[in-house]
Design a binder for this molecule. Structure first.
Ligand SMILES: [Ca+2]
Ligand SMILES: [Ca+2]
Ligand SMILES: [Ca+2]
Length: 400
């Protein structure tokens, strides 16, 4: 007799814990199987029972199947297994459970883990044996979670970690030995004070740190985003510095630093040597300089610098020689463009509404492109005439 766990334990997790019906058949009437030994009476003969002294356990595993939980009880899912094993996916969504005790037999999830919208979940206790997730790990909107301290064994996530919309999650440091080549996103976790859970991540596809209002710094991450990876640090109201990214090295496809109300400098980005796509630095009201971009060289796809109220210069950009589209807009304390003295080629350059800007001589070396100046309150027409006299191959438009 070969027991076969039904592969889909959706909703009725409790049913997955019941002994198999075909095990009971052998006990009815006088038949050829009456000589089978079944010490614990669970309907599974000793020869096929992983533990014939325990009627709650009869199979090695789990070995596949979906575990989708959306009830108020984790149930007895693990009770009939003698060992830890794997499931195809683990979804715990919209439940009334407060912990995940009872899922200790899950060592590996082949697909995605989704722990989402569980109103009273305060602990992930029960996932203490989880070591590997082949898909992505989504943790979203569990208001009672303050940490992930009970997932300390997790070493690998195949396609990314997404932690979002937690009002009380302070840290997830227990993931510090976890690595993932996928995208890592931390979105709207307003109690989060540490990203130490990313300490083991070396080469994520992208890193998005967005709208985490209590985060003041980024620990010392050993990230090495490269090639087509993107880094977004956006909307973190109390983030003062990003020095924890100092280990970041090489090329990025995109870099966006926007809407960080307390950020004063970008020094943690000195390992970044190239941004092939968009580089956006906008709405960082305390950002004073771009020195942290000082290692950038060569070509940048597009550059947008806007509404940085305290920005006084662009000095970190002097290694950049070519940008398709440059937009410098609404930076009220910017007085000159001297940080662009390495820039030789643009397709279009827009300089709008920078009220303190008086000096555009930082563009004298340009050899091509269409330049537009408009609404810069302190920039004289003469300054633009002087610019036109210096450069060849460009079209210049000026409006006060
Ligand atoms: Ca048995
Ligand atoms: Ca048993
Ligand atoms: Ca937020």
């Amino acid at each position: 007799m070969r027991l076969q766990l039904t592969p889909v334990c959706t909703l009725a997790v409790l049913a997955c814990g019941a002994p198999p019906p075909n095990g009971q058949d052998s006990d009815t009437g006088a038949d050829a199987e009456t000589d089978l030994v079944d010490e614990d009476g669970d309907g599974v003969p000793a020869s096929e029972d992983c533990n014939d002294a325990d009627s709650t356990r009869w199979i090695w595993g789990p070995n596949g199947g979906h575990l989708d939980l959306n009830t108020n009880s984790v149930g007895l899912f693990c009770d009939h297994y003698c060992s830890a094993g794997w499931v195809d996916r683990l979804w715990i969504r919209d439940t009334g459970v407060s912990s995940l005790v009872g899922l200790e037999c899950i060592q590996e999830v082949v697909g995605d883990v989704r722990i989402e919208r569980n109103e009273v979940l305060t602990s992930v206790e029960g996932l203490s044996n989880l070591q590997s997730v082949g898909g992505a790990f989504y943790l979203d909107a569990n208001p009672g979670l303050e940490n992930l301290d009970d997932i300390g064994q997790l070493e690998f996530i195949g396609s990314g970690l997404h932690i979002s919309n937690h009002a009380n999650l302070v840290q997830f440091d227990s993931l510090a030995s976890m690595d993932t080549p996928g995208t890592v996103s931390l979105f709207n976790n307003d109690a989060l004070t540490s990203v130490g859970g990313l300490l083991g991540v070396t080469l994520p596809a992208n890193l998005f740190i967005d709208d985490n209002d209590a985060l003041e710094q980024l620990d010392d991450l050993a990230l090495s985003l490269q090639g087509d990876g993107q880094l977004f640090v956006t909307g973190n109201d109390n983030l003062t510095q990003i020095n924890g990214l100092a280990g970041l090295s090489g090329s990025l496809a995109g870099l966006q630093i926007t809407d960080n109300a307390a950020l004063t400098q970008l020094d943690g980005l000195l390992g970044v040597t190239e941004v092939t796509g968009s580089l956006t630095v906008e709405n960082n009201p305390l950002l004073q300089h771009l020195d942290g971009l000082g290692s950038l060289t060569g070509t940048v796809g597009s550059l947008s610098l806007g509404y940085n109220d305290a920005l006084t210069g662009l000095d970190g950009l002097s290694g950049v020689s070519q940008i398709d589209t440059v937009t410098v807009i609404g930076n009220p304390t910017l007085t000159d463009l001297n940080g662009l003295t390495g820039l030789e080629e643009v397709i279009e350059l827009f300089v709008y509404n920078n009220d303190a800007l008086t000096d555009v001589s930082g563009l004298y070396q340009l050899t091509s492109g269409n330049l537009y100046f408009q609404g810069n309150a302190s920039l004289t027409e003469q300054a633009v005439i002087d610019l036109i006299a210096e450069i060849d191959g460009t079209n210049v438009s000026y409006a006060p």
